[in-house]
Design a protein around this ligand. Structure first.
Ligand code: ADP
Length: 209
């Protein structure tokens, strides 16, 4: 099964034509990596596939991005729902200036989950999925900004996992981390791959895949 079917995709930063007529498929339960020299368009492609560019005036895409058969370039696409179905982890850990718990609960609350017990269960599940639970279970109300860089990046993975996305995007997820913190994040990505999740990575770390 194809999660994404990209057909004749073009992307423009204003007058700059950054992606030219790209077509490819992303299969379910597989890890796919975009590898290539700096400036070739890897990040642009990732930002296009989840319509992140929508936040920036003057940027536009043409062609088709079929997500389980539905073209998400359709202007009527609900971007809040799309963001919960396509998880995204950025190069630099970017936790919200909130507690550890609230970082992970954020997307769940946004989609209407307010039941305390269910929230607590799903936050725990997401933190376990990012191999962070044991380190933070006794300090869930502390600020996420007090965590180490590697913990913050795993928290961002947990935040993305919380809404049970069908695919997870990683944009160079370890390149902003200190070398000694890289392996703890790569370990989580490998674990997610072994669980059969569909992952799409932009990476320089070939060993991540
Ligand atoms: P990569 O991720 O492979 O390093 P990018 O997707 O960041 O490549 O960049 C692809 C091309 O788009 C480059 O030529 C880059 O200069 C250009 N580009 C990236 N971001 C912008 C922007 N906000 N405005 C205009 N051009 C951009």
């Amino acid at each position: 099964i194809n999660v994404l079917e990209i057909n004749k995709l073009n992307f423009y930063y204003g007058g700059f034509h950054a992606l030219k007529n790209i077509s490819f498929n992303i299969k379910e339960n597989e890890v796919t990596a975009f590898i290539g020299p700096s400036g070739c368009g890897k990040s642009t492609l990732l930002r296009t596939l989840n319509r992140m560019y929508d936040l920036y005036p003057g940027q536009k895409a043409t062609g088709e991005i079929n997500f389980y058969g539905n073209n998400i370039l359709n202007p009527k696409e609900d971007l809040n729902i799309l963001r919960s179905r396509i998880g995204m982890v950025f190069q630099k850990p970017n936790p919200f200036p909130k507690s550890i718990f609230e970082n992970v609960a954020y997307g769940l609350r946004l989609h209407g989950l307010n039941n305390r017990i269910q929230l607590a269960e799903q936050v725990e599940q997401a933190l376990r999925g990012a191999a962070l639970w044991d380190e933070v279970k006794d300090r869930l109300q502390e600020s996420a900004l007090a965590l180490s860089g590697g913990q913050m990046q795993r928290l961002c993975i947990a935040r993305a996992l919380a809404t049970k996305p069908e695919i997870l995007f990683f944009d160079e997820p370890t390149s902003a981390l200190d070398p000694e913190l890289v392996s703890e994040v790569l370990r989580v990505i490998r674990q997610l791959a072994q669980e059969g999740r569909t992952l799409l990575l932009v990476t320089h770390q070939i060993e991540a895949v």
